[in-house]
Ligand binder design. Structure first.
Ligand code: DAH
Length: 342
């Protein structure tokens, strides 16, 4: 009897190891302590045991029963505690998800810069325009004085759709439609996502943001251009900035410029941020080419205007000190959620 009881005890312990829920535990209890269970079987065998051995055999069975009961009780408590922990854990995860929702997320750094720029231009009487990302060759190039085989296209390779449409390479692609929409006088800025077939590294992306601006009226001159650029940049950086214009070539402006700002870190003395030149290239711009005005239905004899193409992604890098452009499209919330507009 002793051996049988020991074997059963061992079997019970093995089975108990595999129990992970209350149902399995109940099945185990029935298998051992139920009416037709193993212990009932042992009790039946007790009848065949000789009277001398009965007492010890009875004690063996009783001890086994008590041990099994105790183990079952412990396991019941263990399972209840595990269930409680799991439920509390789930509740905590749910609570945390609510909390994250409650914090409200954060804006993408490019969105922050874009909104700042929009506000500045709105306050100066500009309208904010939206424009599609899929455009046609005419709007992206031809209407901007870049005919089919013009070498300026080489710098703006992009992604073409089977329809012949393409992903816009610059926000300038909206110039023609906006001129046709409003005519002269006109003050508009139009932010947008742009695409180029670029090899990606820390300072190049195939997807980036720009904000284009145009001002057209009877007597718009380079002085107006410089005034608006200076005002905007001083507002963005929260202090007066010094700018300079260098000649730059873009087929849709004449004359065309590269607008630089004096390095805000070294004040023009030269440091690693400005590659020791004291200046940072920030915003290509120029006086809108007469042909481009004419394409837009505006008489170039009567009107003139300036246009600029601000690199929003680049500006965000400068303002927030981001060294790797790839962060912007990374979906890495740890990196992207740390920016606040100030
Ligand atoms: N669209 C040009 C580019 O992405 C930038 C640009 C240059 C825009 C001069 C302008 C401009 O409006 O006047 O390279």
């Amino acid at each position: 009897m002793k051996e049988k009881a020991d074997a059963l005890w061992k079997e019970f312990l093995d089975k108990l190891e595999e129990v992970y829920d209350r149902e399995a535990l109940e099945n185990l209890r029935i298998a051992f302590l139920g009416k037709k269970g193993f212990l009932a079987g042992l009790m039946a065998e007790l009848r065949q045991v000789s009277p001398e051995e009965k007492k010890t055999a009875g004690m063996v069975i009783n001890t086994l029963k008590e041990n099994v009961q105790e183990k079952l009780k412990d396991k019941t408590e263990e399972l209840a505690a595990a269930l409680y922990d799991r439920q509390v854990g789930e509740a905590r995860v749910y609570e945390e998800s609510l909390l994250i929702g409650h914090r409200g997320g954060s804006y993408h750094p490019v969105t922050l810069i874009q909104r700042t720029c929009e506000e500045i231009f709105r306050s100066m009487g500009f309208t904010i325009e939206d424009y599609p990302e899929i455009v046609d060759d005419f709007h992206c190039f031809q209407a901007l004085n870049i005919p089919e085989f013009h070498p300026a296209r080489d710098m703006q390779d992009t992604y073409y759709l089977s329809t012949g449409q393409l992903l816009k390479t610059h926000t300038s692609a909206a110039q023609n439609s906006i001129m046709r929409k409003y005519g002269s006088p006109l003050r508009a800025v139009f932010p947008g996502r742009c695409f180029r077939n670029e090899a990606i590294d820390a300072s190049h992306e195939n997807t980036f943001f720009q904000m284009e601006g145009m001002m057209i009226d009877k007597d718009i001159s380079i002085s107006n251009l410089i005034y608006f650029m200076k005002t905007m940049l001083s507002e963005i950086f929260g202090r007066a900035v010094t700018v300079r214009l260098r000649p730059g070539f873009f087929p849709f402006v004449e004359p065309g410029f590269e607008l630089d700002i004096q390095c805000l870190i070294c004040g023009g003395a030269g440091c690693s941020s400005c590659k020791h030149s004291g200046w940072l290239e920030l915003c290509p711009c120029g006086m809108i080419h007469p042909t481009v005005l004419a394409y837009g239905g505006i008489d170039p004899e009567e009107n003139s205007g300036f246009a600029f193409g601000l690199g929003l992604t680049r500006l965000a890098m400068m303002k927030y000190g981001v060294r790797d452009i790839r962060i912007f499209n990374s979906c890495n919330l740890k990196a992207l959620s740390q920016f606040v507009n100030h």
